[in-house]
Design a protein around this ligand. Structure first.
Ligand SMILES: [Fe+2]
Length: 361
């Protein structure tokens, strides 16, 4: 049973972490608008190889990038997904989707919604709606890898590409595989924006049914609107932003986008569907310390993703940072009030101690 003194100490520690995060945040984002214009600079997918620098600057300094890309199946996928609203007992097999390829669930916390997760696949699917959604997953997967290649080239970090599975992992074969997640909101909502960071390397998000995705106001260089989907041509653009894995893999050169969904907009209108694709490190991936990393962050490496099924990554003598747990229980949690916490905050002694005590494999 925690004592009152124990609770006070814990509160003091959390407050210290938040203050440290906010202080570092001010330092980190000072001058961000000097690096990017107020109007986001769009880069076409076909030009990522030649103009990767523009893309990476947007990702680093604004917090997200807009990539021009013809989404041939977005509208068909959206129509199908919107038609699934309220179908809690959806039979995936009737849509031609196999268990390792698709997963449907209804959740009530922190807000009521249905989720349909789809891994990209080349398999032929008879149901035209389901086929459009899987096709979209494949398009977004390929685009997300092209975006990661641009980062790897620009940062001279080819090892980033080794973190991604060569062929997408089935849903039951990995703890947190790469997949497209359709969020189907029912139109009633009392939760707040639920600020969070995504876990993975990159999130590639086409426009949903209508704009409700927001960047945290702590991202000072976002631009003229925090409703990021308003910046997109719905069938020709996607948003790209980083998550915890890329922040760790680049020792904080890239900071994850803290984002949420406007509860006010969810209440104003009917069903909304969003369809982000999450590019994540594969099972067993090991993130090594980049050569340019500040020595104060060296203790975070190597960071690892444990394979599903208990086959542990071989720990080093000093242990390895458990990337998934670090994201869920510490780094991600620091962002739940919208704070933008740069990796540099983890060089502080109080956070070093916390990480060493709780987040190693
Ligand atoms: Fe998210």
């Amino acid at each position: 049973m925690p004592t009152t003194r124990g609770r006070c100490l814990r509160l003091q520690r959390v407050a210290a972490i938040c203050i440290a995060g906010l202080a570092s945040h001010s330092l980190h984002f000072e001058g961000s608008f000097a690096a990017v214009n107020k109007i986001p600079k769009k880069v076409d997918a076909g030009a990522l190889a030649q103009h990767g620098e523009d893309f990476c600057n947007e990702l680093k300094h604004r917090g997200f990038a807009i990539v021009g890309f013809d989404l041939t199946k977005r509208r068909d996928a959206l129509d199908w997904l919107e038609s699934l609203a309220g179908k809690e007992d959806l039979q995936l097999a009737n849509c031609g989707l196999q268990p390792g390829q698709a997963r449907h669930e209804t959740v009530s916390f922190p807000r009521p919604l249905q989720r349909l997760d789809l891994i990209p696949s080349d398999a032929a699917i008879e149901d035209t709606g389901a086929a459009a959604a899987v096709h979209l997953a494949r398009e977004l997967h390929n685009l997300s890898v092209s975006c990661l290649m641009a980062v790897a080239r620009h940062e001279n970090m080819p090892e980033l590409l080794d973190l991604v599975a060569e062929t997408p992992e089935p849903l039951h074969a990995a703890k947190e595989p790469s997949f497209l997640r359709a969020n189907i909101y029912a139109g009633q909502d009392s939760a707040g924006p639920c600020w969070h960071l995504d876990l993975g390397l990159l999130t590639v998000a086409p426009a949903g049914s209508w704009p409700a995705l927001m960047a945290s106001p702590f991202h000072e260089a976002v631009g003229e609107t925090a409703f990021l989907e308003e910046l997109l041509d719905p069938d020709r653009d996607v948003l790209v932003f980083a998550g915890t894995a890329l922040a760790v893999a680049t020792a904080g050169r890239y900071t994850g986008l803290v984002h949420g969904v406007s509860a006010g907009r969810l209440k104003q209108t009917g069903t909304r569907v969003s369809m982000p694709y999450f590019l994540r490190p594969r099972s067993g991936a090991v993130l090594h310390k980049p050569v340019f990393s500040d020595e104060g962050l060296a203790y975070l490496y190597p960071a690892a993703v444990q394979p599903a099924g208990g086959a542990a990554v071989q720990p080093t003598l000093n242990g390895m940072l458990d990337l998934l747990r670090f994201h869920r229980d510490l780094y991600g949690r620091l962002c739940t009030r919208g704070q933008v916490v740069p990796m540099s905050v983890f060089s502080k002694p109080e956070l070093q101690e916390k990480v060493r005590h709780g987040f190693y494999l």
